[in-house]
Write a protein that binds this ligand. Structure first.
Ligand SMILES: Nc1nc2c(c(=O)[nH]1)N[C@H]1C(S)=C(S)[C@@H](COP(=O)(O)OP(=O)(O)OC[C@H]3O[C@@H](n4cnc5c(=O)[nH]c(N)nc54)[C@H](O)[C@@H]3O)O[C@H]1N2
Ligand SMILES: Nc1nc2c(c(=O)[nH]1)N[C@H]1C(S)=C(S)[C@@H](COP(=O)(O)OP(=O)(O)OC[C@H]3O[C@@H](n4cnc5c(=O)[nH]c(N)nc54)[C@H](O)[C@@H]3O)O[C@H]1N2
Ligand code: SF4
Ligand SMILES: [Mo]
Length: 862
């Protein structure tokens, strides 16, 4: 039994992992302060993502497996040669908020202290950069003032641009539990989309996309007008008057809200002392993201509602170590321990501590600029670690081309088959979660250990080790640690140096702790500051006063008739980013198994689209083909698409191909939530669905693959029928000739079944329209002797359960709706009692509540 930390979201749940003869048993750690034993569906399914089949097992250079020694020599030589010929700014590292702190520390030390360039940036640029910049403008440091408990102690929790129910599920469960214990706790969701998080909220403001700064400006103006300014706290704050004057220029019209809704929100916020404003990517991922952050911080500063129990602004971090990366200085414009690269005293202190021969003197390139420099050949050697930028960067097709054109690219990953890894010259096999050790920091500044409980497969090695080896081969000293504990101790010591310079990030007290048994530890230590910052001022600005920022709110660029839709993008409940890990789990693929476009019924009617049609989404940057999901959860003109699909899983679903690389001028964070696009029906000639015990090899305009127990399923479609269906089918299925065939070429119907002896090895269904089949029933027949498979329907005795809602207990939508109707179920608990749904991890409880309220309102309408 090993206590470790979940490798997914920034909630940072403690996990107990127990390897058994049949795999790894996963359970929530009852003693971890973040989750107290809870896990969401992704955490619960961790055991299903640890198989090592298909992993990258040895270093590979120019297509050949090589030993580590040779490969590291090669990398060190190539980087050294570029630096010698073109200077240190001709090389770059692109890293990740999923790296462990120790990995991050080594990468940062090598690039900023020894190579002598600031060119190390991270996917946190796409994620937290606007929050970092907003914090630094207001507080003088990137410090998150509050902690999770504040959501439970508050009387009002405002969730802005955060789909907490799906993206920080355990924190959302804690909030829901607090509300059910104390119904007076009010919840407001501010999101153009009616998400699962709106279930259980008291008020949902479907504001116009990008109008957040207007909304919080209106709030600030209202606070000023209604005498809510905390005059005593203003002692610790500057800039009130100019901020209020700027706020007064914002108008109701810009928000797109009903006056009554806006009033209700303004009054609630103004009249509630204990208010926490939680915000995430709906705020950060915008070309005015930093202003939006400051518009929120302004309201908390003006009212002194910060750093005290139950109140404060709260930026929740996305990745498991997004916060650790901020602490360790992973961004190109930061130094470790909240020190600043532009500050000569800070630079000198770090250089002295590291004994650094060539300290970077200026910030390096930010992600979007970095890949532009790669494209233009200014960066000639690039190392990508623990990220998949060919999928997740804006203008992803262009970024993929830039990486492909780079003189020398190294990628460290678990797999050779990611969109980015396929473009690399050198692949380094990294150890994955469960195989490596280190620390991560969650959204509430709690440092937790990740501990290994599995042996590394093949020659996989930790990321810190590869970096340290390369550094030594480049002739640098100070990289000869034996294990992550040594690195952590050095980092703690550096934080002591930073503390002496006034940094709030001083964990030097942990340096002597026993790393192996280090319990989850908050900084600052609770005894010093009650675990919170700024309740009594003491901001990290020269005069110790926080700065309110005058925000002139700006809406996104207007749309043109040629691209009349504003595409919103984000996450779904059961997948993690580019699905390289969650995509291994059949259970997680049942919830939403293919890339989709959520579109309002009015838009669908205008475009003459029906449910399950395919649409083509285009703009100047790229193109996607997606399944349409018609839903009034989005507003007209503002469709939503998830970010998760890749060249490996659905090549036409790579959504960042459509996202322009437009960035916030202060933070450099791209506006990933607002791409102008055109939408039209994709004129498919044929549609198909396949299951197979082997890997499917589709070749057609549209395909999307997902795992099922014992194999794969795929949705397929094409604008042209293959000239030869038999040959095309053979290529797709790789199972030889079909055992059974039912075809009607005149109608465009083809159904094939492939048996291996008595067992069903695969089946393919082709038709002229979207194929209506009981998909989960078909998938369950793989490996059985069912020769009636080509009928495609479940046996009459077994009703179709419909799409999966509860992934843990595999309960489908139809089953739930039937039980609600037949058994008169009236609560989420009653559904749990009757069907088990929602009783394990609880991730689907908001959806169950939606189904209940939908059935109840249907009843009321009858
Ligand atoms: N299941 C799952 N959970 C995850 C992840 C994952 O991949 N899968 N990734 C993790 C990571 S790295 C991150 S950063 C977090 C992200 O967590 P979130 O930020 O909660 O997730 P997103 O879906 O990116 O976006 C949040 C919401 O912003 C809304 N939005 C779009 N435009 C606007 C706007 O102009 N204003 C407002 N107010 N809202 C807007 C979207 O409709 C969306 O519902 O999730 C983490 N958790
Ligand atoms: N349109 C749109 N785009 C977005 C967003 C959005 O909301 N909309 N969100 C943005 C945000 S907030 C984020 S955080 C990014 C995330 O984007 P990425 O970081 O690019 O996505 P991941 O799929 O998490 O990539 C992680 C990679 O690391 C590999 N890996 C796993 N474990 C290890 C390990 O231990 N070591 C190493 N070396 N590699 C490992 C995985 O196989 C995978 O290839 O996407 C951004 N892009
Ligand atoms: S909420 Fe879920 S994904 Fe996030 S850390 Fe906890 S178990 Fe992992
Ligand atoms: Mo993120």
């Amino acid at each position: 039994m090993t206590r470790t930390t979940c490798p997914y979201c920034g909630v940072g749940c403690g996990v107990i992992a127990t390897p058994t003869a049949r795999g790894v048993r996963i359970k929530g750690d009852p003693d971890h302060p973040a989750n107290r034993g809870r896990l969401c569906v992704k955490g619960t399914a961790l055991g299903e993502t640890l198989a090592t089949g298909g992993r990258l097992l040895a270093p590979r250079a120019f297509g050949q497996d090589m030993g580590w020694d040779e490969t590291l020599d090669l990398i060190a030589a190539r980087f050294s040669a570029v630096i010698a010929d073109h200077g240190p700014d001709a090389v770059a590292f692109y890293v990740s908020g999923q790296l462990l702190t120790e990995d991050y520390y080594v990468a940062n030390k090598l690039m900023k202290g020894f190579i002598g360039s600031g060119n190390i940036d991270t996917n946190s640029r796409l994620c937290m950069a606007s929050s970092v910049a907003g914090h630094r403008r207001a507080f003088g440091s990137d410090t998150v003032p509050g902690q999770y408990e504040d959501l439970e102690l508050a009387d009002l929790v405002v969730l802005v641009g955060s789909n907490l129910a799906w993206c920080h599920p355990v924190l959302h469960q804690r909030l829901m539990a607090a509300k059910s214990a104390r119904p007076g706790l009010k919840i407001v969701v501010i999101d153009p989309r009616r998400t699962a998080t709106c279930e259980g909220a008291d008020l949902h403001l479907a504001l116009a996309p990008g109008a957040d700064a207007h909304l919080f400006n209106l709030l600030l103006a209202h606070l000023a007008e209604t005498g809510r300014i905390d005059r005593a706290f203003l002692h610790h704050v500057s800039g009130l008057d100019t901020a209020v004057a700027a706020a007064r220029t914002s108008t109701l019209a810009a928000t797109g809200l009903e006056p009554a809704h806006l009033d209700a929100f303004l009054r609630l916020w103004a009249e509630t002392e204990k208010v926490v404003t939680v915000y995430s990517q709906g705020i950060n991922q915008s070309d005015t993201g930093t202003d939006k952050v400051n518009a929120i911080l302004n309201c908390h500063l003006a009212t002194g509602r910060i750093g005290r129990p139950g109140m404060g602004p709260f930026s929740v971090t996305g990745q498991p170590n997004a916060m650790g990366g901020r602490e360790v200085g992973g961004l190109s414009n930061m130094l470790a321990c909240h020190l600043e690269i532009e500050n000569p005293a800070h630079r000198d202190a770090v250089a002295t501590f590291w004994n650094a021969p060539r300290m970077a003197e200026k910030p390096g390139l930010k992600a979007v600029e970095m890949f532009r420099a790669v494209e233009e050949g200014r960066i000639k050697a690039l190392w990508v670690m623990h990220s998949n930028p060919a999928v997740t960067m804006p203008e992803a097709d262009r970024v993929a081309r830039a990486i492909a054109g780079c003189d020398f690219t190294v990628v460290s990953d678990l797999w050779a088959e990611t969109d980015t890894a396929r473009l690399a010259h050198v692949l380094l096999p990294a150890t994955g979660w469960g195989e490596k050790s280190g620390t991560v920091t969650n959204s509430e500044r709690c440092i937790s250990r990740q501990r290994a409980f599995l042996p590394p497969p093949g020659q996989a090695r930790p990321d810190w080790w590869a970096l340290a080896q390369m550094a030594q081969r480049m002739g640098f000293s100070g990289f000869d640690w034996q294990d992550p504990a040594d690195i952590f101790a050095e980092y703690c010591a550096l934080s002591g140096v930073a503390g002496a310079l006034g940094s709030d990030f001083d964990i030097s007290g942990l340096g002597g702790a026993n790393y192996d048994t280090l319990p989850p530890t908050h900084w600052p230590q609770a005894a010093q500051k009650g675990g919170r910052f700024f309740g009594t001022g003491q901001f990290h600005t020269p005069d110790q006063r926080a700065r309110m920022i005058a925000v002139t709110a700006r809406l996104p660029e207007p749309l043109s008739p040629a691209q009349p839709f504003r595409l919103n993008t984000g996450r779904i409940r059961d997948q993690w980013h580019t699905m390289t890990r969650t995509g291994q789990s059949p259970r997680l693929a049942t919830h939403l198994g293919e890339p989709f476009l959520e579109l309002h019924p009015k838009d669908a009617a205008r475009l003459n689209l029906a449910a399950a049609d395919l649409v083509e989404v285009t703009n100047d940057y790229g193109r996607a083909i997606l399944r349409v999901m018609i839903s009034d959860r989005v507003t007209p003109g503002h469709p939503f698409a998830p970010m998760h699909w890749t060249g490996e899983t659905a090549p036409s679903g790579r959504i960042d191909a459509l996202v322009p690389a437009r960035t916030d001028p202060v933070s450099g964070q791209p506006a990933s939530k607002s791409a102008a696009v055109a939408i039209r029906r994709f004129k498919a000639r044929w549609y198909g669905f396949a299951i197979s015990g082997a890997d499917l090899q589709p070749r057609c305009d549209y395909w999307a693959k997902a795992p099922i127990p014992g194999g794969w399923r795929a949705e397929l479609a094409g604008s042209q029928a293959p000239a030869d269906w038999a040959g095309w089918t053979a290529d797709l299925m790789q199972l030889g000739p079909p055992t059974l065939a039912v075809t009607d070429p005149a109608k465009g119907l083809y159904r094939f079944a492939f048996f291996d002896g008595e067992q069903l090895a695969g089946a393919l269904f082709i038709g002229p329209g979207p194929v209506a089949l009981a998909r989960s029933h078909l998938a369950a027949n793989l490996g059985t002797a069912n020769r009636a498979i080509l009928a495609g329907l479940p046996e009459a005795t077994r009703p179709d359960p419909g799409p999966t809602v509860c992934a843990c207990l595999n309960v489908g939508l139809n089953t739930i709706l039937r039980a609600i109707a037949d058994q008169g179920l009236a609560s989420v608990e009653a559904i749990g009692h009757a069907l088990g749904a929602g009783t394990n991890c609880g991730s689907c409880r908001p959806e169950l509540a939606t189904l209940l309220s939908r059935s109840q309102s249907q009843e009321a309408a009858q």
